[in-house]
Design a protein around this ligand. Structure first.
Ligand SMILES: Cc1ncc(COP(=O)(O)O)c(C=O)c1O
Length: 461
Protein backbone atom coordinates (compact mmCIF):
# COMPACT_ATOMS: atom_id res chain seq x y z
CA UNK A 1 0.00 0.00 0.00
CA UNK A 2 1.17 3.51 -0.76
CA UNK A 3 1.40 5.59 2.42
CA UNK A 4 -0.73 8.71 2.70
CA UNK A 5 2.30 10.65 3.88
CA UNK A 6 5.96 10.58 2.87
CA UNK A 7 7.46 10.90 -0.60
CA UNK A 8 4.57 9.13 -2.35
CA UNK A 9 2.14 11.84 -1.23
CA UNK A 10 4.24 14.62 -2.80
CA UNK A 11 2.45 16.27 -5.73
CA UNK A 12 5.37 15.61 -8.06
CA UNK A 13 6.17 12.08 -6.81
CA UNK A 14 6.23 9.25 -9.40
CA UNK A 15 3.05 7.92 -7.73
CA UNK A 16 1.22 11.23 -8.20
CA UNK A 17 2.44 11.62 -11.78
CA UNK A 18 1.41 8.04 -12.55
CA UNK A 19 -2.13 8.82 -11.38
CA UNK A 20 -2.12 12.07 -13.34
CA UNK A 21 -0.95 10.67 -16.68
CA UNK A 22 -1.04 6.87 -17.01
CA UNK A 23 -3.81 4.44 -17.94
CA UNK A 24 -3.38 0.89 -16.57
CA UNK A 25 -4.85 -2.24 -18.17
CA UNK A 26 -6.79 -4.84 -16.15
CA UNK A 27 -7.12 -2.29 -13.38
CA UNK A 28 -10.08 -0.58 -11.73
CA UNK A 29 -9.15 2.92 -12.84
CA UNK A 30 -11.10 4.63 -10.04
CA UNK A 31 -9.52 2.44 -7.31
CA UNK A 32 -6.15 3.19 -8.84
CA UNK A 33 -6.61 6.87 -8.07
CA UNK A 34 -7.02 5.93 -4.37
CA UNK A 35 -4.37 3.28 -3.91
CA UNK A 36 -1.86 4.41 -6.53
CA UNK A 37 0.72 2.31 -8.34
CA UNK A 38 3.23 -0.23 -7.14
CA UNK A 39 6.33 0.97 -8.96
CA UNK A 40 8.87 -1.69 -9.84
CA UNK A 41 12.39 -0.38 -10.22
CA UNK A 42 14.75 -3.25 -10.79
CA UNK A 43 15.03 -6.99 -11.20
CA UNK A 44 17.61 -9.73 -10.76
CA UNK A 45 16.98 -13.43 -11.44
CA UNK A 46 13.51 -14.30 -10.13
CA UNK A 47 13.35 -11.20 -7.91
CA UNK A 48 12.08 -7.67 -8.49
CA UNK A 49 12.40 -4.64 -6.24
CA UNK A 50 9.93 -1.77 -5.87
CA UNK A 51 10.57 1.93 -5.37
CA UNK A 52 10.33 1.50 -1.58
CA UNK A 53 13.09 -1.11 -1.65
CA UNK A 54 10.79 -4.09 -1.02
CA UNK A 55 11.67 -7.35 -2.79
CA UNK A 56 9.13 -9.65 -4.45
CA UNK A 57 9.55 -13.16 -5.76
CA UNK A 58 8.22 -12.91 -9.29
CA UNK A 59 5.92 -15.92 -9.40
CA UNK A 60 4.35 -14.82 -12.70
CA UNK A 61 7.44 -13.88 -14.77
CA UNK A 62 5.86 -10.44 -15.14
CA UNK A 63 2.98 -11.28 -17.47
CA UNK A 64 4.01 -14.91 -18.13
CA UNK A 65 6.99 -13.73 -20.14
CA UNK A 66 10.35 -13.14 -18.40
CA UNK A 67 11.25 -16.81 -18.73
CA UNK A 68 15.00 -16.33 -18.30
CA UNK A 69 14.63 -13.99 -15.33
CA UNK A 70 15.92 -10.45 -14.91
CA UNK A 71 19.37 -9.03 -15.53
CA UNK A 72 20.52 -11.61 -18.08
CA UNK A 73 23.76 -10.14 -19.43
CA UNK A 74 23.79 -12.22 -22.62
CA UNK A 75 20.42 -10.83 -23.67
CA UNK A 76 21.42 -7.28 -22.79
CA UNK A 77 24.62 -7.61 -24.80
CA UNK A 78 22.85 -9.21 -27.78
CA UNK A 79 20.46 -6.23 -27.88
CA UNK A 80 23.22 -3.69 -27.46
CA UNK A 81 25.46 -5.27 -30.15
CA UNK A 82 22.60 -5.31 -32.64
CA UNK A 83 21.52 -1.76 -31.82
CA UNK A 84 25.04 -0.54 -32.55
CA UNK A 85 25.33 -2.47 -35.80
CA UNK A 86 21.86 -1.98 -37.30
CA UNK A 87 19.17 -0.65 -34.99
CA UNK A 88 16.40 -1.09 -37.50
CA UNK A 89 15.56 -2.47 -40.86
CA UNK A 90 12.37 -3.82 -42.35
CA UNK A 91 11.37 -6.87 -44.32
CA UNK A 92 9.07 -5.32 -46.93
CA UNK A 93 9.68 -4.99 -50.66
CA UNK A 94 12.37 -7.77 -50.73
CA UNK A 95 14.53 -6.14 -48.03
CA UNK A 96 16.00 -8.43 -45.37
CA UNK A 97 18.64 -8.63 -42.66
CA UNK A 98 20.75 -11.28 -40.94
CA UNK A 99 19.04 -11.45 -37.53
CA UNK A 100 15.58 -12.16 -39.02
CA UNK A 101 16.99 -14.75 -41.45
CA UNK A 102 18.91 -16.51 -38.69
CA UNK A 103 15.97 -16.53 -36.29
CA UNK A 104 13.49 -17.77 -38.91
CA UNK A 105 15.86 -20.59 -39.89
CA UNK A 106 16.30 -21.59 -36.27
CA UNK A 107 12.56 -21.52 -35.50
CA UNK A 108 11.81 -23.75 -38.48
CA UNK A 109 14.56 -26.15 -37.38
CA UNK A 110 13.24 -26.36 -33.81
CA UNK A 111 9.48 -26.40 -34.57
CA UNK A 112 7.68 -29.29 -32.88
CA UNK A 113 5.99 -30.35 -36.15
CA UNK A 114 7.10 -29.64 -39.72
CA UNK A 115 6.77 -25.94 -40.44
CA UNK A 116 7.77 -24.02 -43.53
CA UNK A 117 8.06 -20.24 -43.04
CA UNK A 118 7.92 -17.57 -40.36
CA UNK A 119 6.03 -14.28 -40.20
CA UNK A 120 7.19 -11.88 -37.49
CA UNK A 121 5.18 -9.35 -35.50
CA UNK A 122 5.73 -7.59 -32.19
CA UNK A 123 3.13 -9.00 -29.78
CA UNK A 124 1.18 -12.19 -29.19
CA UNK A 125 -2.05 -10.39 -30.08
CA UNK A 126 -0.67 -9.27 -33.43
CA UNK A 127 0.65 -12.72 -34.29
CA UNK A 128 -2.71 -14.34 -33.44
CA UNK A 129 -4.44 -11.62 -35.44
CA UNK A 130 -2.16 -12.36 -38.40
CA UNK A 131 -2.89 -16.09 -38.01
CA UNK A 132 -6.61 -15.33 -38.32
CA UNK A 133 -5.99 -13.18 -41.41
CA UNK A 134 -3.80 -15.85 -42.97
CA UNK A 135 -6.51 -18.44 -42.34
CA UNK A 136 -8.90 -16.26 -44.34
CA UNK A 137 -6.26 -15.72 -47.02
CA UNK A 138 -5.66 -19.47 -47.17
CA UNK A 139 -9.36 -20.22 -47.69
CA UNK A 140 -9.61 -17.58 -50.42
CA UNK A 141 -6.72 -19.28 -52.18
CA UNK A 142 -8.45 -22.62 -51.80
CA UNK A 143 -11.64 -21.32 -53.39
CA UNK A 144 -13.62 -21.43 -50.13
CA UNK A 145 -13.80 -17.74 -49.18
CA UNK A 146 -16.97 -18.38 -47.18
CA UNK A 147 -14.85 -20.03 -44.49
CA UNK A 148 -14.76 -16.99 -42.19
CA UNK A 149 -15.63 -18.27 -38.72
CA UNK A 150 -13.28 -19.11 -35.88
CA UNK A 151 -13.79 -21.29 -32.84
CA UNK A 152 -11.94 -21.01 -29.53
CA UNK A 153 -12.56 -21.99 -25.92
CA UNK A 154 -14.63 -20.10 -23.39
CA UNK A 155 -12.39 -18.52 -20.71
CA UNK A 156 -9.46 -18.53 -23.18
CA UNK A 157 -7.27 -15.51 -23.84
CA UNK A 158 -5.73 -14.92 -27.25
CA UNK A 159 -5.06 -11.20 -27.20
CA UNK A 160 -6.46 -7.74 -27.33
CA UNK A 161 -6.84 -6.63 -30.93
CA UNK A 162 -10.43 -6.54 -32.15
CA UNK A 163 -10.10 -10.00 -33.70
CA UNK A 164 -8.15 -11.61 -30.88
CA UNK A 165 -10.35 -10.15 -28.14
CA UNK A 166 -13.26 -11.61 -30.12
CA UNK A 167 -11.44 -14.91 -30.27
CA UNK A 168 -10.85 -14.86 -26.52
CA UNK A 169 -13.57 -16.36 -24.41
CA UNK A 170 -13.55 -14.04 -21.40
CA UNK A 171 -16.48 -11.69 -20.82
CA UNK A 172 -14.45 -8.77 -19.52
CA UNK A 173 -12.84 -8.42 -22.97
CA UNK A 174 -16.23 -8.16 -24.65
CA UNK A 175 -18.54 -6.27 -22.30
CA UNK A 176 -19.27 -2.75 -23.44
CA UNK A 177 -16.77 -3.10 -26.29
CA UNK A 178 -19.43 -4.54 -28.60
CA UNK A 179 -17.48 -7.78 -28.99
CA UNK A 180 -17.12 -10.53 -30.01
CA UNK A 181 -17.46 -9.75 -33.69
CA UNK A 182 -19.91 -12.00 -35.52
CA UNK A 183 -18.43 -15.36 -36.51
CA UNK A 184 -16.20 -15.77 -33.46
CA UNK A 185 -17.62 -18.84 -31.74
CA UNK A 186 -16.80 -20.40 -28.39
CA UNK A 187 -17.01 -23.89 -26.98
CA UNK A 188 -16.79 -25.13 -23.41
CA UNK A 189 -13.42 -24.89 -21.71
CA UNK A 190 -11.97 -28.41 -21.17
CA UNK A 191 -11.69 -27.87 -17.41
CA UNK A 192 -12.77 -31.20 -15.96
CA UNK A 193 -12.52 -30.10 -12.32
CA UNK A 194 -14.91 -27.18 -12.80
CA UNK A 195 -17.02 -28.35 -15.74
CA UNK A 196 -17.76 -32.02 -15.01
CA UNK A 197 -21.40 -32.82 -14.33
CA UNK A 198 -22.31 -34.79 -11.19
CA UNK A 199 -20.93 -38.30 -11.52
CA UNK A 200 -19.30 -37.63 -14.90
CA UNK A 201 -15.84 -39.16 -15.40
CA UNK A 202 -13.08 -37.69 -17.60
CA UNK A 203 -13.94 -39.91 -20.53
CA UNK A 204 -17.62 -38.95 -20.51
CA UNK A 205 -16.73 -35.27 -19.98
CA UNK A 206 -14.36 -35.38 -22.99
CA UNK A 207 -16.95 -37.08 -25.12
CA UNK A 208 -19.64 -34.56 -24.15
CA UNK A 209 -17.40 -31.62 -25.04
CA UNK A 210 -16.38 -33.13 -28.37
CA UNK A 211 -19.98 -33.94 -29.23
CA UNK A 212 -21.04 -30.40 -28.54
CA UNK A 213 -18.13 -29.07 -30.63
CA UNK A 214 -19.20 -31.29 -33.51
CA UNK A 215 -22.83 -30.20 -33.09
CA UNK A 216 -21.70 -26.57 -33.30
CA UNK A 217 -19.62 -27.21 -36.43
CA UNK A 218 -22.54 -28.97 -38.11
CA UNK A 219 -25.08 -26.34 -37.04
CA UNK A 220 -22.86 -23.52 -38.35
CA UNK A 221 -22.07 -25.55 -41.48
CA UNK A 222 -18.50 -26.91 -41.62
CA UNK A 223 -17.68 -25.07 -44.83
CA UNK A 224 -18.05 -21.72 -43.03
CA UNK A 225 -15.39 -22.44 -40.42
CA UNK A 226 -11.83 -21.27 -41.07
CA UNK A 227 -9.85 -22.34 -38.01
CA UNK A 228 -9.83 -23.45 -34.38
CA UNK A 229 -7.47 -21.65 -31.97
CA UNK A 230 -6.27 -23.29 -28.78
CA UNK A 231 -3.42 -23.14 -26.33
CA UNK A 232 -1.88 -26.56 -25.57
CA UNK A 233 -2.40 -25.84 -21.86
CA UNK A 234 -4.94 -23.06 -21.36
CA UNK A 235 -3.04 -20.52 -19.29
CA UNK A 236 -5.31 -17.51 -18.72
CA UNK A 237 -8.34 -19.81 -18.52
CA UNK A 238 -6.80 -20.94 -15.21
CA UNK A 239 -3.95 -23.31 -16.14
CA UNK A 240 -6.37 -25.81 -17.60
CA UNK A 241 -4.75 -29.08 -18.65
CA UNK A 242 -7.34 -30.75 -20.90
CA UNK A 243 -8.23 -34.40 -20.16
CA UNK A 244 -5.93 -36.97 -21.74
CA UNK A 245 -7.85 -37.70 -24.95
CA UNK A 246 -9.43 -34.30 -25.49
CA UNK A 247 -6.82 -32.80 -27.84
CA UNK A 248 -6.63 -35.98 -29.96
CA UNK A 249 -10.42 -36.01 -30.30
CA UNK A 250 -10.45 -32.31 -31.10
CA UNK A 251 -7.92 -32.79 -33.91
CA UNK A 252 -9.85 -35.73 -35.34
CA UNK A 253 -12.91 -33.49 -35.64
CA UNK A 254 -10.95 -30.62 -37.18
CA UNK A 255 -9.45 -32.95 -39.78
CA UNK A 256 -12.87 -34.47 -40.51
CA UNK A 257 -14.25 -31.02 -41.38
CA UNK A 258 -11.07 -29.60 -42.95
CA UNK A 259 -10.70 -26.88 -40.29
CA UNK A 260 -7.24 -25.38 -39.69
CA UNK A 261 -5.69 -25.73 -36.23
CA UNK A 262 -3.75 -22.79 -34.80
CA UNK A 263 -1.74 -23.38 -31.63
CA UNK A 264 -1.37 -20.28 -29.48
CA UNK A 265 2.00 -20.94 -27.84
CA UNK A 266 2.43 -17.38 -26.61
CA UNK A 267 2.73 -18.67 -23.02
CA UNK A 268 3.52 -22.35 -23.55
CA UNK A 269 6.40 -21.96 -26.03
CA UNK A 270 10.07 -22.13 -25.07
CA UNK A 271 10.09 -24.59 -22.22
CA UNK A 272 7.17 -23.44 -20.12
CA UNK A 273 5.39 -26.82 -20.06
CA UNK A 274 8.57 -28.91 -19.75
CA UNK A 275 9.00 -29.35 -23.52
CA UNK A 276 10.35 -26.72 -25.90
CA UNK A 277 6.80 -26.34 -27.25
CA UNK A 278 3.48 -27.04 -25.55
CA UNK A 279 2.28 -28.66 -28.79
CA UNK A 280 4.61 -31.56 -27.94
CA UNK A 281 3.21 -31.72 -24.39
CA UNK A 282 -0.36 -31.78 -25.69
CA UNK A 283 0.21 -33.84 -28.85
CA UNK A 284 -0.95 -31.06 -31.18
CA UNK A 285 -0.16 -30.99 -34.91
CA UNK A 286 -1.07 -27.40 -35.79
CA UNK A 287 -1.07 -25.67 -39.17
CA UNK A 288 0.28 -22.50 -37.56
CA UNK A 289 2.06 -21.86 -34.24
CA UNK A 290 2.03 -18.50 -32.54
CA UNK A 291 5.05 -17.60 -30.37
CA UNK A 292 5.75 -14.48 -28.29
CA UNK A 293 6.73 -13.71 -24.66
CA UNK A 294 9.42 -16.34 -23.87
CA UNK A 295 10.85 -16.09 -27.40
CA UNK A 296 12.83 -13.05 -26.20
CA UNK A 297 12.19 -13.63 -22.50
CA UNK A 298 10.37 -10.28 -22.83
CA UNK A 299 13.63 -8.36 -23.26
CA UNK A 300 12.21 -7.08 -26.54
CA UNK A 301 8.66 -7.23 -27.94
CA UNK A 302 8.76 -9.82 -30.71
CA UNK A 303 6.34 -12.50 -31.84
CA UNK A 304 6.56 -15.15 -34.52
CA UNK A 305 3.96 -17.02 -36.50
CA UNK A 306 5.18 -20.37 -37.80
CA UNK A 307 3.30 -21.42 -40.94
CA UNK A 308 3.21 -24.92 -42.42
CA UNK A 309 3.85 -25.75 -46.06
CA UNK A 310 0.16 -26.20 -46.89
CA UNK A 311 -0.65 -22.66 -45.77
CA UNK A 312 2.56 -21.24 -47.24
CA UNK A 313 1.82 -22.70 -50.69
CA UNK A 314 -1.57 -21.01 -50.63
CA UNK A 315 0.10 -17.71 -49.67
CA UNK A 316 2.51 -18.07 -52.60
CA UNK A 317 -0.32 -18.63 -55.06
CA UNK A 318 -2.40 -15.83 -53.68
CA UNK A 319 0.37 -13.21 -53.59
CA UNK A 320 1.26 -14.12 -57.15
CA UNK A 321 -2.33 -13.64 -58.26
CA UNK A 322 -2.71 -10.36 -56.33
CA UNK A 323 0.77 -9.04 -57.23
CA UNK A 324 1.92 -8.89 -53.59
CA UNK A 325 1.35 -10.33 -50.15
CA UNK A 326 -0.68 -7.66 -48.37
CA UNK A 327 0.52 -8.01 -44.79
CA UNK A 328 3.05 -5.51 -43.45
CA UNK A 329 4.18 -4.18 -40.11
CA UNK A 330 6.93 -1.64 -39.49
CA UNK A 331 8.52 -3.78 -36.80
CA UNK A 332 8.01 -7.22 -38.38
CA UNK A 333 11.30 -9.03 -37.74
CA UNK A 334 12.87 -6.07 -35.93
CA UNK A 335 16.62 -6.81 -35.97
CA UNK A 336 17.13 -6.06 -32.27
CA UNK A 337 14.19 -8.30 -31.31
CA UNK A 338 15.41 -11.02 -33.65
CA UNK A 339 18.95 -10.86 -32.24
CA UNK A 340 17.60 -11.03 -28.69
CA UNK A 341 15.34 -13.97 -29.57
CA UNK A 342 18.19 -15.84 -31.23
CA UNK A 343 20.35 -15.33 -28.13
CA UNK A 344 17.47 -16.35 -25.84
CA UNK A 345 17.11 -19.60 -27.79
CA UNK A 346 20.86 -20.19 -27.42
CA UNK A 347 20.45 -19.75 -23.67
CA UNK A 348 17.47 -22.15 -23.55
CA UNK A 349 19.69 -24.70 -25.30
CA UNK A 350 23.08 -23.99 -23.66
CA UNK A 351 21.69 -23.90 -20.12
CA UNK A 352 19.32 -26.87 -20.46
CA UNK A 353 16.37 -24.67 -19.50
CA UNK A 354 13.74 -27.02 -20.89
CA UNK A 355 15.09 -30.01 -18.96
CA UNK A 356 15.25 -27.80 -15.86
CA UNK A 357 11.61 -26.78 -16.34
CA UNK A 358 10.67 -30.46 -16.67
CA UNK A 359 12.67 -31.42 -13.57
CA UNK A 360 11.28 -28.51 -11.52
CA UNK A 361 7.67 -29.51 -12.28
CA UNK A 362 7.86 -32.28 -9.67
CA UNK A 363 9.55 -29.98 -7.16
CA UNK A 364 6.93 -27.26 -7.66
CA UNK A 365 4.02 -29.66 -7.24
CA UNK A 366 5.58 -31.42 -4.26
CA UNK A 367 6.38 -28.11 -2.51
CA UNK A 368 2.91 -26.68 -3.24
CA UNK A 369 1.21 -29.86 -2.00
CA UNK A 370 3.38 -29.92 1.14
CA UNK A 371 2.96 -26.25 2.04
CA UNK A 372 -0.76 -26.12 1.22
CA UNK A 373 -1.60 -29.43 2.88
CA UNK A 374 -3.10 -27.68 5.91
CA UNK A 375 -5.55 -25.63 3.85
CA UNK A 376 -9.20 -26.63 3.49
CA UNK A 377 -9.75 -24.30 0.54
CA UNK A 378 -7.33 -25.87 -1.93
CA UNK A 379 -9.32 -28.14 -4.25
CA UNK A 380 -6.73 -29.03 -6.88
CA UNK A 381 -3.13 -28.29 -7.82
CA UNK A 382 -2.45 -28.83 -11.51
CA UNK A 383 -0.19 -27.84 -14.39
CA UNK A 384 2.68 -28.83 -16.63
CA UNK A 385 6.33 -27.83 -16.34
CA UNK A 386 6.66 -24.50 -14.55
CA UNK A 387 3.05 -23.49 -15.16
CA UNK A 388 0.78 -24.38 -12.27
CA UNK A 389 -2.72 -23.57 -11.08
CA UNK A 390 -4.20 -23.86 -7.60
CA UNK A 391 -7.99 -24.13 -7.66
CA UNK A 392 -9.60 -22.68 -4.55
CA UNK A 393 -12.88 -24.13 -3.31
CA UNK A 394 -15.27 -23.52 -0.46
CA UNK A 395 -15.37 -27.27 0.05
CA UNK A 396 -13.66 -30.04 -1.88
CA UNK A 397 -15.98 -32.86 -0.76
CA UNK A 398 -18.68 -32.20 -1.76
CA UNK A 399 -17.20 -29.86 -4.35
CA UNK A 400 -18.48 -26.32 -3.81
CA UNK A 401 -17.05 -23.14 -5.28
CA UNK A 402 -16.90 -19.75 -3.57
CA UNK A 403 -19.29 -16.99 -4.45
CA UNK A 404 -17.29 -14.84 -6.90
CA UNK A 405 -18.28 -11.75 -4.89
CA UNK A 406 -16.12 -13.01 -2.00
CA UNK A 407 -13.07 -12.46 -4.23
CA UNK A 408 -11.10 -15.14 -2.43
CA UNK A 409 -8.52 -15.48 -5.22
CA UNK A 410 -7.82 -11.75 -5.56
CA UNK A 411 -7.57 -11.43 -1.77
CA UNK A 412 -4.98 -14.20 -1.71
CA UNK A 413 -3.04 -12.46 -4.49
CA UNK A 414 -3.08 -9.26 -2.40
CA UNK A 415 -1.99 -11.16 0.73
CA UNK A 416 0.82 -12.80 -1.27
CA UNK A 417 1.99 -9.36 -2.38
CA UNK A 418 2.13 -8.29 1.28
CA UNK A 419 4.33 -11.34 1.88
CA UNK A 420 6.67 -10.54 -1.00
CA UNK A 421 5.28 -12.81 -3.69
CA UNK A 422 3.65 -12.01 -7.02
CA UNK A 423 1.14 -14.57 -8.25
CA UNK A 424 -2.01 -14.01 -10.28
CA UNK A 425 -5.62 -14.67 -9.33
CA UNK A 426 -7.81 -15.78 -12.23
CA UNK A 427 -11.06 -15.73 -10.30
CA UNK A 428 -10.48 -18.40 -7.66
CA UNK A 429 -7.58 -20.02 -9.46
CA UNK A 430 -4.08 -18.99 -8.45
CA UNK A 431 -1.75 -18.96 -11.44
CA UNK A 432 1.95 -19.63 -10.96
CA UNK A 433 4.41 -19.10 -13.80
CA UNK A 434 7.88 -18.27 -12.43
CA UNK A 435 10.99 -17.66 -14.52
CA UNK A 436 12.25 -21.02 -15.78
CA UNK A 437 15.60 -20.41 -14.09
CA UNK A 438 14.00 -20.69 -10.64
CA UNK A 439 15.87 -22.95 -8.21
CA UNK A 440 14.44 -25.54 -5.83
CA UNK A 441 15.07 -23.22 -2.85
CA UNK A 442 13.26 -20.37 -4.57
CA UNK A 443 10.35 -22.70 -5.32
CA UNK A 444 10.20 -23.51 -1.60
CA UNK A 445 10.09 -19.76 -0.83
CA UNK A 446 7.31 -19.32 -3.39
CA UNK A 447 5.24 -22.19 -2.00
CA UNK A 448 5.83 -21.10 1.61
CA UNK A 449 4.79 -17.50 0.95
CA UNK A 450 1.76 -18.65 -1.01
CA UNK A 451 0.70 -20.94 1.85
CA UNK A 452 1.01 -18.03 4.31
CA UNK A 453 -1.15 -15.86 2.04
CA UNK A 454 -3.76 -18.62 1.69
CA UNK A 455 -3.80 -19.03 5.49
CA UNK A 456 -4.17 -15.25 5.96
CA UNK A 457 -7.32 -15.22 3.86
CA UNK A 458 -8.65 -18.59 5.02
CA UNK A 459 -8.62 -17.26 8.60
CA UNK A 460 -11.08 -14.52 7.58
CA UNK A 461 -13.60 -16.80 5.84
C1 LIG B 1 -2.14 -17.28 -24.60
C2 LIG B 1 -1.95 -15.87 -24.97
N1 LIG B 1 -2.12 -15.51 -26.25
C3 LIG B 1 -1.94 -14.24 -26.66
C4 LIG B 1 -1.59 -13.26 -25.77
C5 LIG B 1 -1.41 -11.84 -26.24
O1 LIG B 1 -0.08 -11.50 -26.22
P1 LIG B 1 0.35 -9.95 -26.14
O2 LIG B 1 -0.09 -9.46 -24.79
O3 LIG B 1 1.82 -9.97 -26.35
O4 LIG B 1 -0.37 -9.23 -27.22
C6 LIG B 1 -1.39 -13.58 -24.43
C7 LIG B 1 -1.00 -12.54 -23.44
O5 LIG B 1 -1.02 -12.74 -22.26
C8 LIG B 1 -1.58 -14.92 -24.02
O6 LIG B 1 -1.42 -15.27 -22.74
Amino acid sequence: MIEASGPAAMPNSPEARDKAYLVHGLTNLRQHLDRGPLIIESGRGVWVRDSQGREFLEGMSGLWCVSLGYGDKRLVEAASRQMEKLAYYHLTNHRSHGPAIELAEKLIAMAPVPMSHVWFASTGSEANDCAARLAWYYWHAKGEPQRRKFIAHRRSYHGNTIATASLSGAGYLHEEFGLPLPGFLHVECPDFYVGALDGENEKAFTQRLLESLEALIVAESPDTIAAFFTEPVLSSAGIVVPPEHYMAGLQTLLRKYGILLIADEVVTGFGRTGEMFGSTTAGLVPDMIVCAKGITSAYFPLSALLINERVYQAMLEQSDRLALFGLTMTYSGHPVGAAVAREAIRIYEDDGIVAHSRAMEAVLHERLAHNLAGSRIVGQIRGRGLLAGVQLVESSKPKRFFEPALKVGPRIAAAAEERGLFIRAIGDIIAICPPLIITGDEIETLAHRLALAVADVEATL
